[in-house]
Write a protein that binds this ligand. Structure first.
Ligand code: UDP
Length: 267
């Protein structure tokens, strides 16, 4: 993989070099602490850093949608959210990547933010879920500075960005589902002044207690997708049925060196 501007920046920030997973760079963090350190460095040096949780569904969708592919390739840091990314790394490169899930990183960053007194902005979910998440998070981390919030059903992005910037938040978490949240951050990345931005999907619903988090056994074995399929079968099956095609393409690439062609869809 050629050295992009992003990767040069990553080197300066002591972020490990990315591993190419079917055209998408994924950072092989050794531990959550290493990932947290990189966020801390971005804040201390007042840099902006846009992180994306990478899972097989996002990679699969990116093959068909050039805009998403472009975004995932140019993002500052792609973390190994899904076990399917780790498995693909083993198949393609002979080494798996340790998982660093968006949801776990979200909670760990909040804990660090409360110790460091960083300001946090919570954008997304329904108004009720956002309010319940704030109240639960404040109980979990009493010193957490939630400096702003907004539900994820708004029309005027400019107004929201003004709010985020005037709140002087260091961390912006966007929970509007994928890939909507990633596109929103990407489109507005120049205007957003927060040092760190990441899409966190259903994490506010988990924080609020509205959505059950996968029990430990599923999390430890990287099989949360099975748990989600059990609790939201219709929705999750619609999303997850492409996993089979994802792995077929990974194996095709391993065997023949090139990934099988895909049809590009117009957005
Ligand atoms: N959501 C939102 N705005 C939208 C669509 C969705 O804020 O326009 C919220 C929704 O209320 C839920 C979250 O985004 O809290 C989506 O979670 P989901 O589990 O679908 O996301 P995933 O983790 O699958 O990307």
């Amino acid at each position: 993989m050629t050295m992009t501007e992003t990767q040069i920046l990553n080197k300066q920030a002591h972020i490990p070099s990315p591993i190419d997973i079917m055209g998408i760079p994924v950072i092989p963090f050794e531990s959550y602490d290493q990932a947290l350190k990189c966020v801390e460095e971005a804040i201390d040096s007042n840099r902006k850093s846009f992180w994306v949780a990478i899972n097989p569904i996002k990679i699969y969708n990116a093959w068909h949608k050039p805009e998403l592919l472009n975004l995932l390739r140019q993002t500052d840091v792609g973390i190994c959210d899904g076990v399917g990314v780790s498995v693909a790394s083993r198949i393609l490169h002979g080494r798996s990547i340790k998982r660093c899930t968006g949801c776990d990183l979200f909670f760990k960053l909040l804990s660090l933010a409360s110790r460091k007194k960083w300001g946090v902005y919570l954008l997304g979910a329904s108004a009720e879920s956002n309010a319940a998440a704030r109240s639960e998070l404040q109980k979990m981390y009493p010193n957490l500075r939630i400096v702003g919030w907004q539900d994820g059903y708004f029309e005027d992005s400019r107004r929201i960005i003004e709010q985020i910037n005037s709140s002087r938040a260091n961390l912006l978490f966007v929970a509007m589902g994928s890939p909507k949240q990633e596109h929103w951050i990407w489109r507005n990345r120049q205007a957003i002044e927060a040092n760190f931005c990441m899409g966190v999907g259903g994490s506010f619903d988990i924080a609020s207690g509205g959505l059950r988090r996968a029990p430990k056994i599923f999390r430890m074995t990287g099989t949360e997708f099975i748990f989600r399929l059990m609790i939201e079968p219709r929705k999750r099956w619609r999303i997850q049925k492409v996993l089979f095609l994802y792995f077929l393409r990974v194996i095709h690439k391993r065997l023949f060196g090139l990934a099988a062609p895909v049809e590009i869809q117009k957005n």
